[in-house]
Design a protein around this ligand. Sequence first.
Ligand SMILES: [Zn+2]
Length: 91
Amino acid sequence: MSEEQMIIKNNLKMVQKLLDDCSTMTKAIEEKKERLVDAMICPKCSGDTKVIESRYRDIYHDGSYIKYRRRICLKCGFKYKTIETLLEEEK
Ligand SMILES: [Zn+2]
């Protein structure tokens, strides 16, 4: 193999590695986005979760409240809280 062919071969290897890295990063970003959007999925292991407690807490002086839900991951046992809130009124 000539020196030129060696250089081309090495460059191709580098390009392939960059493509692999990009694909890994894209996948990680997609997974993170999914976790941000779907709080019903365990933020640690992406396992299914269930509600173990729902409660209301007054937090505003006008009497409005936020509903908390405590969740537990069925896969790894991680416990966390989510809140339910009004986004917009449907017409
Ligand atoms: Zn989990």
